[in-house]
Design a protein around this ligand. Structure first.
Ligand code: ADP
Ligand code: MG
Length: 684
């Protein structure tokens, strides 16, 4: 093993003290191979051992540190095989607190009469009889610190990571190169990079943590936004796909309804883009049910009438089929012909569609990822549409676009996000928003009830099932560590064997293969399943108009936007629909969040409220945003910082769009690396 002197950023972590090849392997699984990668593995939270509180003042249900003297040696209670408790009581001179330790002989051995120790954990019990279960225990010495807590996995605990980290930070030199030029650091009062890295791991105060975090979040957002601006600029190459005439009014006249004002505006935006000699790059954002398909159809129709083919990609097979059906209905009686291309079709069927696309016999193809395959060729692809629940990832979108010569692209998203965030997440696109619903849509009535009312909720559902409706039961969101599979299955089993034994119960969850999921969704759509137990996979927009009830268990565990997406699965038909949120949460903030759901069905309002209450973390944190490299930004609570980083990125870009100035070489490298990790070459 090397001495720490030789450690540098690029050193393989297996050369750190305390890491052998076996542990190195475990770290590799977390994406950590070098010292540099380790330094970017940020603490999940911190333990504040630097400040102690008295037993009487300790907050309930919040971690804190208490200095106290052990009253008597811990007493051992053997509850059953494999379960031993150790109990003692401690005092800080004023109050007494009970301590219980589970199965940890080693920790219990430290609890000796008269020892003064630090106990770190959550205080529970009652005001008169306070207790702490399984606290962390340390000797009471002066100079206790704020300790970083890292994500743990099998074989890697936080203390080990902390130990390695202290070796890793030792290779940060004071004069370490900082890729942010001084003028930016000064303007936004940012710590030097090396200092921020040190302080995020080993802060001496929470002020340090904040400062370090600010600098590191700035790195992430600034780099991301510069890349996005660059992507947007790069898409602006010349295109031969510009149109000569607007046919959207002709299309609208074919519709059995009149378009909403918002639909008209979105189509106008898109058509205006397509007249230009640079390709369109536009996002149409609209809540579920706002009529995005008709917007897409109007744009496709206009393209087709201008002799341009269109390709529309959906995230799932069943959605692709749904779009295909909608488009075929819209284009009935016109000369615009559609085809469908999905993975489950036979080779013969696929070949037929492919040859018709290549010959130009059909103008529109709707499909899944199958559309990206290299043998799918077009005669004259002019418009690429992706229907994204979240982001498909830039690279898939561009793979599709490469089948034409700089075709126009239109992205449709049903996730309402506040504008400030949309500018970051979709910074490479222009945005049209559908903020108006077609007439005749009933808002979903929403109630929040406590778990003790389960019985009544079930009866309410049964009543609707008996009337011929269908229902969704969204099962409890499992916390990290549990597996999705077990919980969803158990829950479905419980309903099928118990309350709903006289009904058909189906199950859909994220660990199922997509063909399996489609099968279940189709059975549900066909009415063969009455109550569908689901995890959040039903967020993806399949239309089952007969589903009029949804119950969501442990509603407090979901983000507001997610609840809104889930709720969007009902209220799609002519029946009045009801959503019941079950939650026993006592926390006033949580209650306030759930109340928002009961008050409005406006996705943008809900998203704004979510942003206000929880910060952007929830949006960035959602696994599927497809944005590269956001680690700390997901812990951001200060929304105004989004605008700050955006301004900074724009300023730098205006001054040096290709990042060619020497002081920007570091930024350029960072942007390049970030987007390469997402499969995108920014500066070619
Ligand atoms: P989204 O994809 O935005 O969730 P859809 O495009 O599936 O919504 O539209 C939802 C339903 O509303 C469809 O049945 C569609 O035909 C219908 N619809 C769309 N626009 C209008 C409109 N302007 N007036 C009446 N119905 C509409
Ligand atoms: Mg849709």
């Amino acid at each position: 093993m090397d001495s720490s002197k030789a450690i540098g950023f690029l050193t393989d972590i297996k050369y750190l003290k305390g890491v052998g090849s076996k542990r190195a392997e475990l770290y590799h699984k977390l994406g950590i191979d070098t010292v540099s990668a380790l330094l970017h593995f940020y603490p999940r939270e911190y333990e504040d051992w630097s400040r102690t509180v008295s037993i009487a003042e300790a907050p309930f249900d919040e971690k804190c540190c208490i200095k106290a003297i052990v009253g008597h040696d811990a007493v051992e209670y053997r509850i059953r095989k494999g379960m031993t408790l150790y109990k003692t009581s401690v005092t800080d001179g004023q109050s007494v607190m009970n301590i219980t330790i589970f199965n940890n002989k080693y920790a219990a051995a430290r609890l000796k009469t008269g020892e003064e120790l630090l106990f770190f954990g959550k205080v529970g019990g009652t005001f008169l009889r306070r207790e702490m279960n399984s606290p962390l225990i340390a000797k009471a010495v002066s100079g206790e610190k704020i300790r970083p807590i890292y994500r743990q996995t099998q074989g890697i605990n936080s203390a080990l990571t902390e130990k390695l980290m202290s070796q890793a930070v030792s290779c940060i030199k004071d004069n370490m190169h900082d890729f942010l030029p001084e003028y930016i650091r000064e303007k936004y009062s940012l710590l030097p990079y090396g200092e921020a890295l040190k302080k995020i791991h080993f802060p001496s105060s929470f002020e340090d943590v904040e400062k370090a975090r600010k600098r590191l979040v700035f790195n992430e957002l600034f780099t991301l936004q510069l890349g996005m601006i660059r992507l947007k600029g790069r898409n602006r190459q010349q295109t031969s796909c510009s149109i000569k005439k607007d046919f959207s009014d002709e299309f609208f006249s074919l519709l059995p309804f009149s378009p909403t004002g918002a639909q008209k505006r979105a189509v106008e935006d898109a058509v205006r883009d397509m007249f230009l000699s640079v390709p369109m790059s536009r996002l149409v954002q609209g809540d579920v049910g706002s009529g995005k398909t008709a917007v897409a159809a109007a744009v496709i129709y206009t393209a087709a009438k201008n002799a341009l083919q269109s390709s529309m990609m959906a995230p799932t097979e069943i959605l692709a089929r749904q779009h295909y059906k909608s488009l075929t209905d819209f284009f009935k009686g016109t000369d615009v012909k559609c085809g469908l291309l999905t993975g489950s079709m036979t080779k013969k069927e696929k070949d037929e569609i492919k040859s018709k696309l290549e010959s130009g016999e059909i103008q529109v193809v709707v499909g899944t990822h199958a559309l990206i395959q290299s043998d799918v060729k077009f005669r004259n692809l002019g418009l690429v549409i992706t229907d994204e629940q979240h982001r498909f990832g830039v690279e898939q979108r561009s793979a599709l676009a490469e089948k034409g010569k700089n075709p126009h692209t239109l992205v449709m998203s049903a996730t309402p996000i506040p504008r400030t965030l949309a500018l970051i997440i979709y910074g490479d696109l222009d945005i049209s928003i559908l903020d108006e619903f077609p007439p005749g849509r009933h808002p979903v009535e929403t109630y929040c009830v406590q778990g003790k009312l389960h019985k009544r909720v079930y009866n309410f559902i049964k009543k609707h099932l008996d009337e011929g409706r269908q229902a969704y039961a969204v099962c409890p969101l499992v916390e990290e560590g549990d597996t999705d599979l077990i919980s969803a299955e158990e829950y479905a089993h419980k309903l099928a064997e118990g309350e709903f034994r006289d009904y058909t119960v189906g199950l859909i969850h994220g660990k199922m293969k997509s063909a399996q999921k489609d099968e279940v969704m189709e059975a549900f759509a066909a009415g063969k399943i009455q109550i569908l137990v689901a995890t959040t996979v039903i967020e993806v927009g399949v239309d089952v108009p007969n589903a009029a009830v949804m119950v969501i268990e442990n509603a407090e565990r979901f983000g507001l936007s997610q609840l809104h997406q889930l709720r969007g699965r009902i209220g799609r038909g002519k029946h009045k629909s009801t959503c019941i949120l079950i939650s026993d949460a006592q926390n006033p903030d949580t209650k306030e969040r759930l109340k928002v759901m009961c008050q409005t069905c406006d996705g943008f309002k809900i998203a704004d409220e979510d942003l206000r209450l929880r910060g952007p973390g929830d949006f960035f944190g959602s696994r599927q945003h497809g944005l590269p490299g956001l680690k700390l930004a997901s812990t951001l609570t200060d929304t105004s910082f989004l605008a700050v980083t955006r301004d900074a990125a724009q300023e730098t870009w205006k001054w040096d769009p290709l990042l060619e100035k020497p002081e920007h070489s570091g930024i350029k490298k960072a942007v390049d690396a970030l987007f390469k990790s997402a499969g995108e070459n920014i500066f070619n």
